[in-house]
Design a protein. Structure first.
Length: 306
């Protein structure tokens, strides 16, 4: 195989992307406990919550409470989603290390998810980026529907690069390319991520793959071949987007860690402790983890699945 990265950084998005889609409310205490378990398992980048409208996403209405309840661990960076100035102003007092503006490569998804066009979203993000930078906070972008859109169908690399360029233009520091509905396959993933690499250094490009069609691990491997070494993953495979019906969770952290460690690529994460964290939140949700590796390891330990 080609020269793959020796170390991969995983951004744990379970507390946010994972829990934003739960039908039954999850108590803030359980979210805080999940963050504590994740950092105990070695996670150094945790996407904790989002500062969005509680009318749109009631699951994240406890954002301030969750941020305040976390016992911070040195070396761990906590990030939150901020779609506009109102979100950023609410987020700043909670002291995130990084904020995320989230746009889309498809106009239809932009409208459904954040109620504005791609161009309008960039106008909203520009002051968010400036104010975050003034506060010394890094800004990451998520570009949704980079490999397909639930409303518009196919999305090509040109559409992805268009938004990458706009994000770069307003000073966004890091570019995350997201397969929101998990329809992408490895060559398409490479084609999309390559467009991000034209504008951002490899260390500031990441992949965010939902595993709806079971393609996420293959897509990550395809990105590793491009030298990309940052990926978002979700503990137990939790999640989905409330505005992408039927889309299941992100690729499971446990599955990605198992693959990477098996390939001799380090992550700094403790797989057994991750399995424990995933099992704990799965018990709260009263359903087994989606993560294949977690299920296998729990079965091996003789632990009954929830
Ligand atoms: P809008 O209705 O266009 O906003 O929503 P507005 O500025 O016209 O304000 C309308 C009302 O919302 C007002 O309240 C505002 O105060 C309030 P009212 O006067 O009616 O009582 N409001 C807010 N409240 C709290 N926090 C805020 C905020 N902004 C306005 N930040 C908005 C625009 C973006 C707010 C809305 O569309 C929204 O909240 N959307 C939620 C989208 C979301 O969270 N989606 C899931 C996360 S993205 C995702 O999962 C994808 C990702 O994982 C990558 C991938 O997989 O693709 C990142
Ligand atoms: Mg997502």
């Amino acid at each position: 195989m080609m020269n793959l990265p020796r170390h991969v950084k995983l951004v744990e998005v379970g507390p946010r992307d994972g829990l934003q889609n739960e039908g039954t409310p999850v108590a803030a205490a359980h979210k805080i406990d999940l963050v504590h378990r994740l950092q105990a398992a070695g996670c150094t980048e945790i996407e904790v919550t989002s500062f969005v409208s509680p009318k749109w996403v009631p699951q994240m209405a406890d954002n301030t409470e969750v941020m305040a309840g976390i016992t911070r661990q040195p070396g761990v960076r906590y990030s939150v989603l901020t779609p506009n100035m109102k979100g950023l102003e609410a987020a700043l007092p909670t002291r995130p290390h990084e904020v995320v503006v989230f746009g889309a490569a498809s106009q239809a998804f932009s409208q459904r998810n954040i109620n504005c066009s791609i161009e309008e979203s960039i106008e909203r993000f520009a002051p968010v980026v400036a104010a975050a930078h003034a506060a010394g906070i890094k800004v990451r972008a998520a570009i949704s529907c980079a490999l397909g859109c639930p409303y518009q169908g196919e999305v090509g690399p040109d559409a992805v690069e268009h938004v990458v360029r706009l994000m770069k233009g307003i000073g966004v520091d890091h570019c995350g390319v997201a397969d929101t509905i998990g329809t992408g396959t490895p060559r398409a993933a490479q084609a999309a991520l390559e467009r991000a690499l034209k504008h951002y250094p490899v260390g500031e490009v990441s992949g965010h793959f939902h595993d709806t069609y079971g393609q996420a691990l293959a897509n990550i491997l395809a990105c590793l071949e491009l030298g990309i070494h940052t990926f978002d993953t979700s503990i137990a495979g939790l999640g989905g987007c409330p505005y992408a019906k039927g889309a299941t969770g992100n690729v499971a952290t446990e599955d990605v860690v198992y693959m990477l460690h098996g390939m001799g690529i380090s992550t700094g994460l403790d797989l057994d402790a991750l399995v424990d964290a995933g099992a704990a939140i799965s018990r709260v949700l009263s359903r087994p983890p989606v993560a294949r590796v977690a299920r296998a390891l729990l079965a091996k330990r003789g632990v009954a699945l929830p």
